[in-house]
Design a protein around this ligand. Structure first.
Ligand SMILES: *Cc1c(COP(=O)(O)O)cnc(C)c1O
Length: 360
């Protein structure tokens, strides 16, 4: 069988590692940028009530029109922009890439950034060009412009704020890239609920700007629902790559219900931002660490040389799961990433980390 696999599966697929999600059995889960707040009993009851009317025997509305209306409102999409909903924004990244994929074409993104851009480009048989960020993880504007001129990427992805570094790239730099690039430029705003910046109002000012959003980091990671906004002519093409009925009746009803209670999630985002500040000062007080600024719901920090994996494992033994980025890419050597959790979870994390650093 292996012989057949080797013959039929493209080498770049065989070389890929499947997206790995570690088990979190009973650990305090601070690894995946999830919103830590669960729903109140009242909200749960009202949600199940709303699901009573779902016609599970029927195909969903293929365009999810009712949900589109609530998503547009929740995400302040300009009236002149078109939108497409996806089964998570990952699916929308896949649709964008499939629309422009052709032999010899490349996808471009800074490095480090969200790993799915490279993964999906590779699966679509496209090249991938990674332009290193500066040492402080800011965008290297010159290098990006040069790469855009030389490589003529079909699409450039910019995570804004950037995952896994947490910072917002300079908006003027992004505007320069948008003006220079012939290809699409996707500004991925997965962490918009925790930042005070967005390119959503700029849609239409550039003929190549697309903006991606998701409800995952806002508090609905289990739902799988993302939104792509952009010029109608572009979205008309991208929508042809969408599988019909990609948003189930359950997702449509639940998304619509949840966004009708948008104030719940807005309050949670405010609480997470307050907690982010507390976690930031707690980490900064640990003088052995280099802590990077964050406009997202997670914080990246660098440990003393060679200690990241030991600290990661030590935290796990103490019942706390974060993300070990050491070894993922050169500039993230000795780096760990922690998601902002509940106050007591953040406190438990800080206490355990302080003790591990003192013991080490
Ligand atoms: C988490 C994340 C996504 C994926 O979001 P889903 O909607 O859950 O698929 C997309 N982009 C970035 C930058 C992310 O960090």
């Amino acid at each position: 069988m292996q012989e057949k696999i080797d013959k039929l599966v493209r080498p770049e697929i065989r070389a890929l590692a499947a997206y790995h999600v570690p088990a979190a059995n009973n650990l305090i889960k601070l690894d995946a940028m999830e919103n830590p707040f669960s729903w109140s009993a009242e909200l749960r009851t009202a949600w199940l009530e709303a699901l009573q009317t779902v016609e599970i025997n029927r195909y969903p509305d293929p365009a999810a029109r009712e949900l589109q209306v609530s998503m547009r409102a929740a995400m302040a999409v300009p009236a002149s922009a078109a939108v497409i909903l996806g089964n998570g924004s990952d699916e929308l990244i896949q649709m964008i890439i499939q629309t422009v994929a052709a032999p010899g074409r490349v996808v471009l993104a800074p490095d480090p950034t969200f790993v799915m851009y490279r993964q999906i480009a590779t699966v679509a048989n496209m090249g991938f060009v990674a332009v290193p960020l500066q040492a402080d993880f800011s965008l290297n504007e010159c290098a990006m412009l040069e790469a855009i001129d030389e490589q003529q990427p079909a699409v450039t992805f910019l995570s804004y704020p950037n995952n896994p570094t947490g910072n917002l790239f300079n908006a003027d730099s992004l505007r320069k890239l948008l003006s220079r690039a012939e290809g699409l430029v996707v500004v991925d705003e997965a962490y918009a609920p925790f930042a005070d910046a967005s390119f959503m109002p700029d849609i239409g000012q550039y003929d190549n700007l697309l903006v991606l959003r998701t409800v995952s980091k806002m508090g609905l990671a289990g739902l799988r629902l993302g939104l792509l906004a952009g010029p109608p002519a572009w979205l008309e093409q991208i929508d042809k790559t969408r599988l019909p009925y990609n948003i189930s009746v359950i997702n449509q009803a639940t998304g619509h219900f949840a966004l009708a209670h948008g104030e719940v999630f807005a309050a949670q985002a405010r609480a997470i931002r307050t907690q982010r500040a507390a976690l930031m000062s707690g980490l900064q007080a640990l003088k052995q660490l280099t802590v990077y600024p964050s406009e997202a719901n997670f914080i990246l920090f660098r440990t003393p040389r060679g200690q990241a994996t030991g600290l990661f494992e030590g935290l796990k033994s103490a019942g706390i799961l974060i993300k070990n980025l050491d070894g993922s890419t050169a500039s993230l050597q000795d780096c760990l990433r922690v998601t902002v959790g509940l106050p007591e979870e953040n406190a438990a994390f800080l206490t355990a980390l302080r003790e591990l650093l003192q013991a080490g």
